[in-house]
Design a protein around this ligand. Structure first.
Ligand code: MET
Length: 593
């Protein structure tokens, strides 16, 4: 890593800065989280790089806050130890999924403190922060103020005994923790007392006009996803209100203000600053990325629940500093991925979590392909084992796998012994090959337009269409031994064009399936082609020597479906299975009577 050349924006080029929402450190990501931000951002980053654009892809774990502090108490360790453990776990999951971050950092760093405090101080000096005194529940047993969720008690409306401080799960009413009857601290059961505490508020109301103007412009220019626009507008229409940006906690960024020694910055003020500080951990020249709006376009990927913090709160902080910032340009949001008609649930053991995917023994590219083909772009989508197996057996293997294997194997046959024939002699009297080239170029144009618009799911279909055209070339021209024998020049031309088509395809699918792309390039014995605007079909020259053919995908046996469904279905699926079996046995016994 020490040898790596820093990626920095280049004058006169389109420079792309990509962020994927910083996952909370204290839980294991499930497939929905993975498709929602890191994987989608990875595809776009790899695409931009394959187009030859200076691109930086930044992510890391979001580590501060109440949830981490409390979990550390539960696991009987310090917050630092907890974060170390889970940061590693996250990093391993993403590594397995082949997510090509340029840096996967963390929020608790000196750079974070420096940058967050600098933003805070500028907002303070510019009159956008205000101190207010509030009353909050305090636990005298573990000496701490309690976040709303950490107070439990009886609902004052329906008398449900296990209501949470922010909401009653039985009657659904929103609550104030101090309204609960018989309140108790979730951690140790002690009765909390009401205590006054002072906090700093960000005066979003005073920044509303500026944010509104900015978001109207940016959402149009950057073609934000419609749910992103909708969520932002509903916040703005309701009218922005001052928001507390400090908390009574220890695990967070220190507040640079006298009298705040026992308090820290609120995670949601802090978290988006994480993108900047993680970049600062990557390069001392981070300002070239973050204070360079004229030369850098910022693309941000996230699940829809994170939208207001990226389109309202963080931009307000940026605008309020008065500094020149690189601000959100394109917003890409996703809805939810469900698991076999239900929700992923860690506590109930339902669904595939990041660290389970590899237990199936199926390569990460197949997972990537399936998840990306089901990316919840405009509505919720389902993860289904049937679809997963079909994708591998019918789409990847039959379309992409067969095309590449057929031609590489053919060139490695005694007809050519692995050497690319001279394909320049044939004059294509009926224009069949020229027509193929034209069709591929049209499909390529479409792929580029879709990808530039960050329509990741549609881009995959466009890429697979280019693979389909490759198969069609070989079929229409009946590439076989007879062709090699009877029409050697035409055969050489089909082979040459076909191999060049494979080379282009390796680049086009690289954002989606990087390992498969590398495997193809190995067989072609070449390197990645920068995706061109216009494909010439001559990047693999005559006389070039190929490597041996190898299968890109393996068939998945249909019986795996049942096995995986049971393995990841949680207790409920197991119970349902046992009940079904018991019923069948009873029926059988009845019949035999
Ligand atoms: N940690 C947040 C989440 O996982 C995202 C923060 S993005 C700056 O929802």
């Amino acid at each position: 890593m020490s040898e790596r050349k820093e990626i920095l924006p280049e004058e006169g080029k389109k420079n792309i800065l990509i962020t994927s929402a910083l996952p909370y450190v204290n839980n294991v990501p499930h497939l929905g989280n993975i498709i929602g931000s890191v994987l989608s951002a990875d595809v776009f980053s790899r695409y931009c790089k394959a187009r030859g654009l200076p691109t930086l892809f930044v992510c890391g774990t979001d580590e501060y806050g109440t949830a981490t502090e409390t979990k550390a108490i539960e696991e009987k360790c310090t917050p630092e130890e907890l974060c170390d453990k889970y940061h590693k776990l996250h990093a391993e999951v993403y590594e397995w999924f082949n997510i090509g971050f340029d840096i996967f950092g963390r929020t608790p760093t000196n750079q974070q403190t420096e940058i967050a405090q600098d933003i805070f101080t500028k907002l303070y000096n510019n009159g956008f922060l205000e101190e207010k005194t509030t009353v909050q529940p305090y636990c005298e047993t573990h000496n701490s103020f309690l976040a709303d969720r950490f107070v439990e008690g009886e609902c004052p409306l329906c008398a449900y005994e296990d209501a949470r401080g922010d909401q009653c799960d039985k009657c659904g009413h929103l609550l104030d923790p101090l309204e609960l009857k018989k309140p108790r601290c979730k951690l140790d059961g002690a009765t909390p007392v009401a205590r006054e505490t002072k906090h700093v508020f960000l005066l979003l109301d005073k920044l509303q006009a500026q944010v509104e103007e900015w978001s109207a412009k940016s959402s149009k220019e950057g073609a934000w996803s419609s749910n992103g626009i909708h969520i932002t507008n509903s916040w703005l229409q309701e009218g922005l209100k001052p928001r507390g940006i400090t908390r009574d906690l220890k695990w967070g960024t220190k507040v640079p203000l006298a009298g705040y020694d026992e308090k820290v910055l609120y995670v949601w003020f802090d978290a988006c600053i994480g993108y900047v500080s993680i970049t600062a951990n990557y390069t001392d020249q981070w300002q070239k990325w973050w204070h360079n709006p004229d030369n850098v376009s910022l693309y941000q990927f996230m699940g829809k629940d994170n939208v207001p913090f990226h389109t309202v709160v963080f931009p307000s902080s940026q605008l309020g500093t008065g500094d020149k910032w690189t601000m959100l340009n394109h917003l890409s949001t996703t809805e939810y991925l469900n698991y076999e008609q239900g929700k992923f649930s860690k506590s109930r053991g339902i669904g595939v979590f990041g660290n389970n995917a590899r237990e199936t023994g199926i390569p990460s590219d197949v997972w990537r392909y399936y998840l990306l083909s089901r990316r919840p772009e405009t509505g919720d989508t389902e993860f289904e084992w049937t679809g997963f197996i079909n994708s591998n057996n019918n789409e990847l293997l039959k379309n992409l796998g067969n095309f590449v294997n057929r031609i590489v194997k053919f060139v490695n046959s005694p007809n050519f012994e692995g050497v690319v024939p001279d394909y320049t002699k044939y004059n294509d009297p009926e224009g069949v090959l020229a027509a193929h080239k034209k069709e591929v170029n049209e499909a390529l144009k479409e792929y580029l337009a879709i990808m530039d618009a960050v329509k990741i799911r549609q881009g995959l279909q466009a890429a697979m269409h280019i693979s389909y055209l490759g198969n069609k070339l070989l079929q229409d021209n009946k590439l076989d031994n007879a062709l090699a024998k009877d029409e050697p020049e035409r055969c050489a031309a089909v082979v040459g064009l076909g191999l060049n088509h494979v080379h282009l395809l390796a680049s086009i699918i690289a954002p989606y399936m990087p390992a498969t792309s590398t495997a193809i390039l190995d067989q072609l014995n070449t390197t990645l082609l920068i995706i061109p605007d216009d494909w010439q079909g001559n990047s693999i020259p005559p006389n070039h020597k190929l490597n041996a053919a190898a299968h890109l995908f393996q068939q998945i046996k249909p019986e795996k479906e049942k096995e995986w469904r049971e393995m990841f279905g949680g207790e409920e699926a197991k119970k349902a299975k046992a009940e079904k079996e018991a019923k069948a046995a009873a029926k059988k016994a009845d019949k035999e009577k």
